[in-house]
Design a protein around this ligand. Structure first.
Ligand SMILES: [Zn+2]
Length: 444
């Protein structure tokens, strides 16, 4: 068989159902797909137009980032350590500054950050989400894009709940795209009322799209729904939104009955430990959710909440915080953590048959990571190295659908300096507004 690209040498961590590792191995790509993977030597029947040496590397599936707001990068690092940051700082800032051009430029910038750290697919929720979709499609990145729905006038909507129509439009216009899928993204149970949640649940069914929502994240949210309904999740169950379509982000204020309910309704969970820890929030019972049978993936959250959009820092913190939460060393092995960041994330986004592992027939979404470095050597256990030792700068090559987006540490889809310059321009334009809002927060 003649293939387009042969990746040869290095340890190939397939993350398939049999946990196969080929060290040293080879992987063949034809078009957008993986056509063969196995141990060296390469079978004599296989020839390639191009061969890539991956010796002294780990070859792994690309990370799937299950929750982001990538266009918020111009505001990264502003108003840190303040209480009420979302309502007093972020909402007014977004209303004043977020425009289509900013969303496109910032998205392209953040896609560069994600690609450089091994991410090959992300799920996003924001305003002007069609610009996020365009940035992803233009760069060759895989994405699930969700237009935000809120009960107030938003940067792209002059009236409450207009996001619903925009989300459906988005889903219609990207139907059938090889890299981009759309969903509807009600912001949270405290910004979308019960009637609209029920409407969104039935629209999602009708249009066959996922739903993405922040769930049980805030203490005030828990305080609002718990007295009458027992919990946020039990309140949501009344609306019909708890289903396999729902990608519930955060899931922090859960009791045992909620964990059971989430598993029973087959809700998907986007777990964002770095973002939650930075906000001083409870640790999501992610291990318990996974143990109960819920699909769990990892996310960075947006650049304001998680700061770095590098899933490597998340995959490393995830097992540590679960061990801390449960006071057990033997849970969430490194292998399980890496699975959660790849195949687990793919399951959360409903893409488990397309991406998430390195096997023949799946899309060629691959990261090649150099391990001949001071933070990695020696390698006694591939998974421990991948989860606890790697850093973003170890990522050498990234392919999405068989196409290089990062080649020998250089982005192929945009000029790096131009991406930075455009981002800084938007950050500069936002500076006055950021300063005024920060001052008002300190004054209180
Ligand atoms: Zn979020």
């Amino acid at each position: 068989m003649e293939c387009d690209l042969l990746i040869e040498g290095g340890a190939i961590l397939t993350l398939d159902a049999r946990w196969r590792v080929f060290d040293p191995g080879y992987l063949a790509v034809k078009g957008s797909r993986i056509v063969d993977v196995g141990p060296l030597p390469v079978p004599p029947t296989l020839s390639a137009a191009k061969v890539l040496d991956a010796s002294q590397c780990l070859v792994m599936p690309g990370y799937v980032n299950t929750h982001t707001h990538i266009a918020m990068s111009p505001f990264r690092g502003a108003a840190e350590d303040m209480p009420d940051r979302l309502t007093r700082f972020i909402f007014p800032l977004e209303k004043a500054m977020v425009r289509p051009e900013l969303v496109y430029d910032a998205s392209l910038f953040t896609i560069a950050e994600m690609v450089r750290s091994g991410t090959t697919c992300f799920a996003d929720m924001y305003y002007f989400e069609e610009e996020v979709a365009h940035a992803a499609a233009d760069s060759g990145m895989r994405a699930l894009v969700g237009e935000t729905v809120v009960d107030f006038a938003a940067p792209d909507c002059s009236a409450p709940y207009q996001g619903i129509d925009r989300a459906i439009q988005l889903a219609e216009s990207w139907k059938g795209h090889p890299l981009i899928k759309a969903c509807i993204a009600p912001h949270a149970p405290y910004t979308v009322d019960e009637g609209h949640l029920a409407q969104i649940a039935s629209l999602a069914e009708q249009h066959d799209i996922p739903i993405m929502m922040h769930v049980a994240e805030m203490d005030f949210e828990h305080a609002r729904f718990a007295p009458e309904h027992g919990s946020v999740l039990r309140y949501l169950d009344r609306t019909g939104i708890l289903s396999p379509r729902l990608i519930a982000t955060h899931m922090l204020f859960l009791d045992d009955a909620d964990i059971e309910l989430a598993a029973k309704r087959r809700v998907k969970v986007a777990h964002c430990p770095v973002s939650n820890a930075k906000s001083g929030r409870p640790i999501c019972p992610a291990w318990r959710l996974a143990y109960a049978g819920a699909a769990v993936g990892l996310g960075t959250d947006g650049p304001l909440s998680g700061n770095t959009m590098d899933l490597q820092t998340v995959v490393s913190l995830y097992p540590k915080l679960q061990k801390t939460r449960e006071h057990r060393r033997d849970i969430v092995s490194a292998r399980e953590a890496l699975w959660t960041a790849t195949q687990g994330g793919a399951r959360v986004l409903g893409l488990e048959d397309t991406i998430g592992s390195l096997e023949a027939g799946k899309e060629a979404d691959i990261q090649i990571v150099e391990i001949n470095d001071f933070n990695c050597l020696p390698v006694h256990d591939w998974y421990a190295t991948a989860v606890y030792a790697l850093q973003a700068q170890n990522v050498r090559d990234v392919l999405i659908a068989g196409r290089f987006l990062l080649q020998n540490r250089h982005l192929t889809f945009a000029a790096e300096e131009e991406l930075k310059a455009r981002l800084l321009l938007h950050a500069q334009r936002s500076r006055e507004m950021i300063a005024a809002l920060q001052t008002s927060m300190v004054d209180r």
